[in-house]
Design a protein around this ligand. Structure first.
Ligand SMILES: OC[C@@H]1[C@@H](O)[C@H](O)[C@@H](O)c2nc(-c3ccccc3)cn21
Length: 606
């Protein structure tokens, strides 16, 4: 009969043990190696027994590639892996962090900071399930999501990837994992990886642990906290992730009290693997081992020794696979790293691959290509946009509310102004088509906020769009407009490029607010990854809406502005008065925000 590990009727652990004992050290190290797709040729995959490939820095099959092209690319890599002696399938991973954002015409959902404002775990699950289908449409079974950071300082460039500053709200939204992977059966199955079907994907809870607590929000920096504070603020979401059977956990670039997380055996092995009984695999971040030293890669053998002994199982190398293999081989052969550590890593990786069904289904289910960007998913994203919006002001003191806006202007025109009114890329933010995101309207398929406004007003209504209207013109024409919608905010960024100490609305946003709102009744819609400085303008603004980074479904904003739906969102983060107050989070002794955590005005559907 064939080898036991190839028999799906065998118990999982029997398959793992049977396969492990057949593997050479080179094959084991291969399984621990994740390389970037840019160097994943058939020869490299087969000669180095590569276990995983990611789409990382910047490669796509082609510009505007359809799902079939992604399927073909992943298939080529898989065929090479299956041609090896033991035929262990490769696991392809990608950052589907707000929908399958890297893929042309995928549905792009609101980034996590906005989803947190819905406070709806069931919505999170539905989104997870939809994203899993869009990822599977491209033949990919593994995503580096969700980010479970508890962002404690909005100056951090990754704060929009965090559901909230409040660990309990992040724990609630961690239910997105049950959408990605499928709902774990009640009872039994504690801590072991769980993937329900070929319509689900292996998820990755990241970045373990305390990524959102770095000093002054400096990316990849140091989180100063007692163990009690770490457990109280940053650890809770990982309990929820493990209970849901999360398959993988990614280690943070950051340090805890000066110790690099990628070298922290106490937290990765003693606590996560032994105390919390996490049974999936732990993956490093990109060059995470290299960055244990400064300068990075200064002593790769030392980096590998510290990272692997800390408990990292799979290494996102992503290019130095020869050096990684050679150095790790040496460290095992000279006894620095025991074979038992290697076997633990490979066992965990194989457990996830068997649970994913990769041995039985190494190739894509091409019947799913139609799931990418499906209207049903776009409708779900539009609902998420509606429910993520937070109404911070509605009418000046003593004046009647401005929202919901009338769809029919009373004789006048409607002015739409601002850099973000007609910019699909900016409303999607980072991790969209490109790592850093893009501005403009031809990056993918979607509707801008302006598109939504135009389709919401009654036909014949004059909507005037001026990205950056001249102050004089506004003055002269002020009588012409019933009201104005000013859409301004941040341009796309990701990771360190988003670190920002002043958090002011980028120019020319403030000038546009002052020019327009100084003359015309205005609602300001802020497109940003986090709270920004608004206090200087709040007096001249009639209504203020936090829209966060809504993604491709811009109609979700006009749906609520014009009253088809009411505002229901509540702040997932404290809205500071001034950056001098930061960090300032709900529960702090000194807490004098402009708008507190949980704040949000409501309107009824009109
Ligand atoms: O894309 C893979 C992972 C992602 O999952 C992590 O959340 C994130 O920290 C990350 N940064 C880089 C990355 C950083 C600098 C240059 C090139 C790539 C790569 N990655």
């Amino acid at each position: 009969p064939g080898a036991k590990y190839k028999d799906p009727k065998q118990p999982l652990n029997t398959r793992v043990d049977d396969l492990l004992r057949r593997m050479t050290l080179a094959e084991k190290i291969g399984q621990m190696s994740q390389i970037d797709q840019e160097n994943a040729t058939a020869d490299v995959i087969s000669n180095y027994f590569i276990g995983s490939v990611l789409r990382g820095g910047g490669s796509v099959p082609a510009a505007d590639a359809p799902p079939e092209a992604w399927v073909k690319m992943v298939e080529g890599i898989q065929r090479a892996a299956l041609s090896t002696r033991l035929g262990i399938p490769v696991m392809f991973g990608i950052d589907a962090v707000h929908g399958h954002g890297y893929v042309y015409k995928a549905t792009v959902f609101p980034h996590n900071v906005g989803l947190g404002c819905t406070r709806d775990p069931e919505l999170a699950k539905k989104i997870g399930a939809a994203v899993a289908l869009e990822v599977r449409a491209t033949g990919i079974p593994f995503i580096f999501a969700p980010c479970l950071a508890v962002c404690r300082d909005p100056r951090w460039g990754r704060c929009y990837e965090s559901f909230s500053e409040d660990p309990k709200l992040v724990q609630q939204m961690a239910s997105i994992i049950s959408g990605f992977q499928g709902e774990i059966p009640t009872g039994g199955w504690r801590g072991a990886p769980f993937i329900a079907s070929q319509h689900n994907v292996a998820a990755c809870a990241k970045h373990y642990v305390g990524d959102g607590g770095t000093a002054s929000g400096i990316n990849e920096n140091n989180t100063v906290a007692t163990f009690h504070e770490l457990l109280g603020i940053h650890m809770p979401p990982y309990y929820n992730a493990i209970i849901q059977g999360v398959s993988t956990i990614m280690v943070s670039y950051s340090s805890w009290n000066g110790i690099k997380m990628h070298a922290n055996r106490f937290l990765v092995t003693d606590f996560l693997k032994n105390k919390l009984r996490f049974r999936g695999f732990v993956i490093s971040d990109w060059l995470g081992l290299d960055r244990i030293t400064s300068p990075e890669h200064a002593d790769y053998p030392l980096s590998i020794k510290l990272g692997i002994l800390a408990g990292i199982d799979m290494v996102m190398i992503p290019y130095q696979y020869v050096e990684f293999r050679d150095d790790l081989m040496t460290l095992v052969q000279n006894g620095t790293i025991p074979m038992s550590r290697i076997d633990d890593a490979v066992r965990r990786i194989l457990r996830v691959k068997f649970t994913l069904g990769l041995f039985e289904n190494p190739y894509a289910d091409t019947s799913l290509v139609g799931e990418l960007g499906k209207q049903e998913h776009r409708d779900l994203a539009r609902e998420a946009v509606r429910r993520s919006l937070v109404l911070l002001k509605n009418g000046k003191p003593g004046e009647k509310p401005l929202l919901p806006l009338p769809k029919k202007a009373h004789g006048g025109s409607i002015l739409v102004a601002g850099s973000h009114a007609d910019d699909l890329g900016s409303q999607c933010g980072g991790w969209t088509i490109k790592w850093q995101g893009m501005t403009g309207n031809n990056l993918t398929a979607g509707t801008t906020i302006l598109d939504g406004i135009k389709s919401a007003v009654v036909p014949g209504t004059d909507v005037v769009f001026s990205e950056n209207p001249d102050a004089g013109l506004i003055q002269q024409n002020r009588g012409r407009f019933d009201y104005a919608i000013v859409v301004v905010g941040e341009h796309p960024y990701a990771e360190t490029s988003g670190d920002n100490l002043n958090l002011t609305i980028p120019a020319p946003g403030p000038a546009i607010i002052q020019n327009v709102c100084g003359s015309i009744k205005c609602v300001v819609v802020l497109v940003s990854g986090r709270p920004l400085v608004v206090e200087p303008y709040i007096g001249i603004i009639d209504a203020l809406v936090a829209a966060w980074l809504p993604g491709t479904e811009g109609k979700g904003i006009s749906d609520v502005l014009f009253g088809d739906y009411g505002f229901t969102g509540k702040l997932s983060r404290t809205w500071f008065r001034s950056v001098d107050q930061l960090p300032m989070n709900v529960g702090d002794a000194h807490y004098h925000p402009l708008f507190p955590f949980g704040f949000g005005l409501e309107t009824k559907p009109s």
